[in-house]
Design a protein around this ligand. Sequence first.
Ligand code: ATP
Length: 245
Amino acid sequence: MIPESHPRYESLLLREKIVKAFKKGILADSGMIAHGRGEAFDYLLGEKTSNPAKSAIKAGAAAILLSKNPVFSVNGNTAALVAEEMVELCRISGGKLEINLFHRTPQRVNAIEHVLKHAGAEKVLGLDDEKLKYLEGIESPRATASASGIYDADVILVPLEDGDRAEILHKTGKIVITIDLNPLSRTSQMSSISIVDNIVRVLPLLIQEINQLKREKKENLQQILDNFDNQKNLKESLHVFKLKK
Ligand code: ATP
């Protein structure tokens, strides 16, 4: 039991969730290492959502609202930390959930499907009995996508994606929104909208932003999207990291 007075209380709670998810087979062992890398960046961010991250969240919300077929990708870390919020995101935007794993095994796909259904998901794409298609004709397990989900999507949210797959997704010409605490990762650099923040803080803010922007005219949403410059935003994110005491 972690005492609430502990200075790293929130961070340790998340770590506990991640370890539990690993023990239940939701997360691959490398998912724990990825979380550790994220923790280090979050420490340097002061564990707060920065202004550049808020701008990226707003642009992401506009892109999702403008989309004809938004798809939200779920991996082990995402399922372990924000399953309910991903389901809520689908509900308010009419988007789809797709399981998308780097270390794909039938057991992990089942475990994540169970977590999402338990969180209220009605339909989950990317299951093993589906015939997955290859993005950009690249016959690699890194390029698979469900036909009515990521393959057909115009906007995809891929939190904590790996660089190789982000590169493939980038080539498809879709709007790729990522959530990654590392502004220098290949994923952040390759995406159309990179939200440099912890996924546990981003999802509630993204949901709030979509609810707020829902009533905006399409032209206004398009303007928010057009005014967003990802490379500029990534540079601003880099400046937020506190490297001095
Ligand atoms: P890339 O392949 O994109 O260059 P990488 O090799 O660091 O990056 P992975 O280890 O596959 O990528 O993915 C982990 C990424 O997810 C890291 O950049 C890490 O900072 C980030 N990350 C981990 N936990 C979180 C979290 N809770 N919220 C946001 N980002 C996170």
